[in-house]
Design a protein around this ligand. Sequence first.
Ligand SMILES: [Zn+2]
Length: 444
Amino acid sequence: MHLVRTGEGTGRKWLAVALGVAATASCSPEPPDVGTLDALYAEPAEDILILRLTDGQTLGQLLEGSVSYNQQASLLLALREHANPRRMPAGTEVTLRFRQEDQGLRGVDVAVSRDQTVRLTRIDGAWSSDLVRTPIYLDTIHTSGEVESSLWSAVVRNSALNRMHEGDANRLIDALDRVFQWQVDFSRQTRVGDTYRFAYEREIRPDGSMRSGRLLAAEFVNASTAYYAIWFDGNGDGDGSYYDLEGRSVRRAFLRRPLEYRRISSRFSGSRYHPILKTWRAHRGIDYAANRGTPIMATSDGVVVHRAAKGSFGNTVEIRHPNGFITRYAHLSRFRPGVNLGTRVHQTDIIGYVGMTGLAGGPHLHYEILSEGQQIDPLSVDLPAGDPVPSEARRQWLGDMTARVALLESIPGAGPIRTVVVDEEPDEPDGGGAGAQDDREGSQ
Ligand SMILES: [Zn+2]
């Protein structure tokens, strides 16, 4: 969908991307915003050629071959309303926009700053100009991969994504982490041979950097168990949520872990890829190595019942949760201001920061979940929290879900997805094989 063909060795790149651009009035003091993320599965609407001014090159020289001499005069005149064509620094990005039907030149965008663009439009042979916010294009990335060491390296080294800016790849991983944060601890549960695939719709600037994005659908197969997160926004107001294939919320009463996946380091771990110092079995808690100052999230809603130094635990926060659980966060460098004894906190609220107070060999977070005073494995707590797709939105959900699953299935090399989830432990005594394909049988 992007990068259709490459030009004559001048670093010219043809991009076919869809445009989410609104017409704008000229001379408004505050340039209007021209990009919003409301299209889904954006399709190419026009072909785009991105050029950059080289040192000493004039805009006229750059446009040679693309815009006739007569046209150039009219174009530069229009440009002068908003910018001085003679003062364009090297590197200025100029985007030529062509109609897909006949490849006729439809417009020229000159990026006068990172966020402001002069948009030149040709109407009936004459050029006019508007100052707009740098336009944003929409596209959808579909990709898949297999874990060889960590999810992070599997995504970052994915050849389909290697044109991505590094910061953008990190945002992608964060997005995956966020939709799976209730089900999978990527730092602890990822296994060699796990697979992932996802479809991610994003807004990109003409230079390919990402402005924003949204995961539309994702699959993570962990030790043969498939997890799904499908975006659904029934009202279309951008305030949607993620569900599994059966329309159940991916949300749970507890996050799988109190730190963001990407903040957890493997530096102190004995094994090469394992960022965890010890398993909970060894000392009834889980240690996450992370830099000092890394924010710590409450894994569930609750009330702070301890916030002070606590022997070898050092600075410790304990939170009591409605369902009788207590979570404990130890060795903090400091507490978050405002988090005090009796403070009510919500899941994902920051409560403090990683440190090495108490008995700690290096900065890390010691995390425990206690039930009736006994430490339990956080992975054993799996309480549903979010509401399922409301019944009145069910029809729409089935349509959206099917379309988004099809995006995942369209990834080359990826197999079909059974849209009826088979639970890991089927309740039916005689399963009779995988049998029924699309009849929903009441699996819990
Ligand atoms: Zn520990």
